[in-house]
Write a protein that binds this ligand. Structure first.
Ligand code: 5RP
Length: 227
């Protein structure tokens, strides 16, 4: 990652951490931008003595949060999530997202859905006019009966590719596979999301619609907020 890109992500992440207040339950996203927010929350716990509880969206984030000194809680033990902070792979003008580049989309979507406020942190390269032109849509699927599920997804007008890692099918934290689906641009994300969800064996898709409250776009110096 270039140093400019890293500075943009850092500025977005650190800004998001300013919104965390004492006593909050905070959803902690996954990825290189979310990492900056988690680290800054950890600094604030140490410097200001604020007390918060975090709900991580992946095993990777759980480790990072522990290292940062953030107390963790299970979603089922928390009656609400005050604020969730997460990255995204693409954001359009209507704050619709593609997520799942890191493979954590299922838990990320559950946390987003259960949050009072959902804050997205990105660098400027993630802002797009039309979703899915450059970034293939991640879709989490059951590993069993893969071909049948893949064929059903293909019928929606994309070329699905099973994500691999070190020569093997990539496994999510939930033990599932990811199909990266190239739609060459998505005209109607709402409709596509519904159609994907209606395919048996599709466990979640990376379209996050009507969820985002705030987008923070990190700049080389400072940030821009879309509220
Ligand atoms: C993980 C995600 C990430 O938020 C997304 O991939 C963005 O990652 P990064 O901040 O590293 O660019 O959806 O499933």
């Amino acid at each position: 990652m270039s140093s400019d890109r890293s500075a943009q992500k850092r500025n977005a992440g650190r800004r998001a951490a300013d919104y965390v207040q004492d006593g909050m339950i905070v959803g902690l996203g996954t990825g290189s931008t979310a990492r900056f927010a988690i680290e800054r929350i950890g600094e604030r716990i140490e410097e200001e003595g604020i007390s918060i509880q975090g709900i991580p969206t992946s095993v990777e984030t759980e480790k990072l949060a522990e290292e940062a000194g953030i107390e963790l809680v299970e979603l089922d033990e928390a009656d609400k999530i005050d604020l969730a902070i997460d990255g995204a792979d693409e954001v359009d003008e209507e704050k619709r997202l593609i997520k799942g580049g890191g493979g954590a989309l299922l838990r990320e979507k559950i946390v987003a859905y259960n949050s009072k406020r959902y804050m997205i942190i990105v660098d400027p390269s993630k802002k797009v006019e039309r979703l899915g032109e450059d970034f293939p849509l991640p879709v989490e699927v059951l590993p069993k009966w893969q071909k049948a599920i893949e064929d059903s997804v293909r019928k929606l007008g994309c070329e699905p590719k099973i994500r691999t890692y070190e020569g093997e099918a990539f496994l999510t934290d939930n033990g599932n596979n990811i199909l990266d689906c190239d739609f060459n641009g998505i005209d109607n994300p709402e409709e596509l999301s519904k159609r994907l969800s209606s395919i048996p064996g599709v466990l979640e898709n990376g379209l996050f619609i009507d969820m985002t409250d705030v987008v923070i776009i990190g700049k080389k110096k400072g940030f821009e907020e879309l509220d």
